[in-house]
Ligand binder design. Structure first.
Ligand SMILES: [Fe+2]
Length: 217
């Protein structure tokens, strides 16, 4: 079994990720070379700074998943859903049950717990993206504790591990997933692979989390 990356922006012309089909293929080749066999495409949804359309996402996913499969990589369709003041109802869960969510970097969203609870009630597993980036969020914040109690999985970025902004989260044992948040960088796959080698406990957690659902699609 190869590595998995569950947070990427690799669908061309869709969001602020890769900007051409050539770049997409180049990055997919870098994943193959680094030993990855599963990638989740997580284009932004409801992000106030990046506009996306589900129909375009699906069409581009069809193309990219064929390119990936020629390289022996299974590309799944998911989404990175922005939770703000509005309701994020139309999400694209990957493996039919995981939804990656992101929030504002500088202030806590008013109805975060309610919205997370709504997703959980739908039977979805919630993965909170790049926890190390939110200035209002920490291992001691009541909201973080509540999200953990609710069973929300916490993800940190390769960058966050390398620059130590995720150190407290890692040492608290609250990181379930390390992912790249790759917007088109061919260097990120080997960097992620190296971290998954280094943080075996997180790699094991990821395997437990994602392998059991892998056969659904
Ligand atoms: Fe992202």
């Amino acid at each position: 079994m190869g590595y998995i990356d569950v947070h990427t922006h690799l669908l061309p012309f869709i969001d602020d990720g890769v900007s051409s089909k050539e770049q997409c293929v180049e990055v997919l080749q870098a994943y193959q070379k680094a030993g990855f066999d599963r990638i989740i495409a997580t284009p932004h949804l409801y992000n106030p700074y990046v506009t996306t359309r589900t129909a375009n996402i699906r069409a581009m996913y069809q193309w990219a998943s064929q390119e990936a499969s020629q390289l022996g990589i299974k590309l799944y369709l998911g989404s990175e859903v922005y939770i703000g003041s509005g309701n994020a109802t139309n999400v694209l869960p990957f493996m039919e049950r995981f939804v990656l969510v992101e929030v504002d970097y500088y202030s806590e969203p008013l109805f975060l717990l309610n919205q997370v609870y709504t997703l959980l009630k739908r039977g979805l597993h919630v993965v909170l993206a790049h926890v190390e980036r939110y200035r209002w969020f920490s291992t001691t914040s009541p909201t973080a504790c509540k999200l953990r109690e609710l069973g929300v999985h916490f993800q940190c970025n390769v960058d966050g591990v390398e620059n130590h902004s995720a150190a407290k989260w890692l040492s608290a044992g609250w990181i379930d997933v390390i992912a790249s948040d790759n917007h088109g960088d061919s260097q990120l796959p080997p960097r992620l692979a190296a971290l998954l080698q280094r943080y075996q406990d997180v790699a094991n957690r990821m395997n437990n989390l994602f392998i059991s659902y892998d056969t659904i699609q």
